[in-house]
Design a protein around this ligand. Structure first.
Ligand code: NAD
Ligand code: MG
Length: 373
């Protein structure tokens, strides 16, 4: 029996993780649950799973939470990302945004295995997380592309290149002139996946692929990373080996597959899955970095190193929040990220505190500049 804590349990990945636990009551037990602010939903899940540790990040919701779960330990603020994992073997980190880094570092310090959905933590703090991992700890990817690469690498010693696939988002085939007027409602409608708002907007701008290139850089210790547009989202990514062989991992697009693999690794355990209906036509198309420059910015941030990826991530988080509040246009998002990367002086970031300070400064600067619009 594996004890599991799910941080971000009310979100898209969090709820799908709980689906897996529901289908495998003999394998998994929930010991910790936390979310940002949705207490009613959190309490319902806590009761369903008889959860011992329950946390809400929003401190104003603490009294309400405590009253509703008298038999559990209730937490708020950063404790919803840290103390709530006490007693868990594996921590599923499914919160959105760089704040996830707090959970990653704490879970590693406590020797927990991490199933990591939260990509912003690795984008902003990849060098620090990698350094901590040298002293032990396990970090398993949940992001479908990275799970695919990880699955392709089983039993392998070396590889020459990672090829991430990208659906292209809802606007890959749209004329560039239409992007300016894209609304939040249009941007969050992804053709193949149902996801949280932030990652849906990231997919629409292709910043998601940029973040994933940086994520792959840290997870697989390589800068040989390309990407290709694959609108069907059936091949989840590929790895090329030194003899020219390419392995691809494929399957019906369903995040429960990579989530479950991160929990059941090294086994591909039973799952009641939707089979691919074959034959089917699959396309692999070239990216258009004129129309969607975000992945190019991410690759430049990898080369620049230091604070660049943290700046890129913070600027993107602020810009996406502003776009969702209708303060800026869709095409402003990546422009704001690009401007932040050129405006911010380059420096090294050696500690988690430096990463958080960089993030907060860049985020606030951008957010305060545009929010009054
Ligand atoms: P979501 O918006 O649906 O859910 C986010 C969850 O995090 C919610 O439960 C929210 O309450 C919680 N949360 C936010 N801030 C918190 C905090 N400070 N403390 C505790 N909980 C907090 O997002 P999502 O789509 O599930 O994505 C989560 C993460 O997984 C993101 O980093 C995303 O990039 C990544 N991811 C998601 C998918 C997907 O299919 N949804 C796929 C790959 C990777
Ligand atoms: Mg992905």
């Amino acid at each position: 029996m594996k004890n599991i804590a799910v941080l971000g349990c009310t979100g898209s990945i969090g709820r799908q993780t709980l689906d897996i636990v529901r289908s495998n009551p003999d394998k998994y037990r929930i010991t910790g649950l936390s979310c940002g602010s949705r207490v009613t939903e959190l309490v319902g899940l806590s009761r369903e799973f008889s959860c011992k540790n329950v946390g809400v990040y929003d401190k104003t919701k603490y009294t309400e939470l405590k009253a509703l779960v008298p038999n559990a330990n209730a937490f708020c603020g950063d404790d919803a990302l840290t103390a709530v994992i006490d007693g868990a073997d594996t921590v599923v980190i499914a919160v959105v945004g760089m704040i996830g880094l707090k959970a990653v570092l704490y879970a590693l310090e406590k020797g927990k295995a991490i199933a990591l959905a939260n990509k912003e933590s690795l984008v902003a703090g990849g060098s620090i997380v990698t350094e901590r991992l040298k002293h032990g700890g396990k970090l398993y990817p949940v992001d479908s592309e990275h799970s695919a690469v990880w699955q392709c690498l089983q039993g392998e010693k070396d590889f020459s290149r990672i090829i991430l696939t990208a659906s292209g988002g809802p606007f890959y085939f749209a004329p560039q002139s239409e992007l300016y007027s894209v609304t939040p409602e249009q941007a969050v409608k992804h053709p193949n996946w149902s996801m949280g708002q932030k990652i849906s907007v990231d997919s629409a701008t292709m910043m998601n692929k940029g973040l994933e290139i940086i994520e792959a850089r840290w997870l697989f210790n390589t800068t040989d990373i390309d990407y290709v547009i694959h609108p069907e989202s059936v091949v989840h990514s590929m790895v090329e080996f030194r003899d020219g062989s390419i392995k691809a991992q494929a399957g019906f697009p369903d995040m429960r597959l990579p989530i479950q693999y991160a929990l059941s690794y090294p086994e591909h355990s039973y799952r009641n899955f939707t089979p691919l209906s074959l034959p089917m036509e699959l396309r692999f198309l070239p990216p258009d970095e004129n129309k969607f420059p975000a992945p190019k910015l991410a690759k430049q941030a990898i080369v620049a190193g230091g604070n660049s990826a943290a700046v890129l991530n913070a600027a993107n988080e602020a810009a996406v929040a502003l776009f969702l509040q209708r303060k800026i246009a869709f095409t402003d998002i990546v422009r704001i990220v690009e401007d932040a990367l050129s405006a911010e002086p380059h420096c090294e970031v050696k500690t988690a505190d430096e990463v958080f300070a960089t993030h907060n400064r860049v985020y606030d600067q951008i957010y305060l500049k545009y929010r009054g619009r």
